[in-house]
Ligand binder design. Sequence first.
Ligand code: FES
Length: 107
Amino acid sequence: MNETRWHDVAEAAAIPDGDIVAALVDGREIGLVRLGEALHAIDATCTHGNASLCGGFVEPDGSVECPLHQGRFDIATGRALCAPLTQDLVVHEVRVEDGRLLVRLRR
Ligand code: FES
């Protein structure tokens, strides 16, 4: 379920291509990712353990690799792609307005 509120989280142009940037949104750590023209917001905490994906690696195939046990998630869908992951990641809704990246959290 989505929140109704949009949070202004960052200057869209400041998010570098192929990298993950941490943002605290309503007390929740979110990872902001640019893949070419597309921007994404994902939960930053790995579903396998207590590791932040913001310390992980964005791969050329559009996945992010957890720094602790190398589980990989698809950034656009949150789908868990390999062991040891068994649970998908929550992805959040994004939009850009006047150059600002807005995020609507999914609970
Ligand atoms: S904590 Fe992320 S794969 Fe284990």
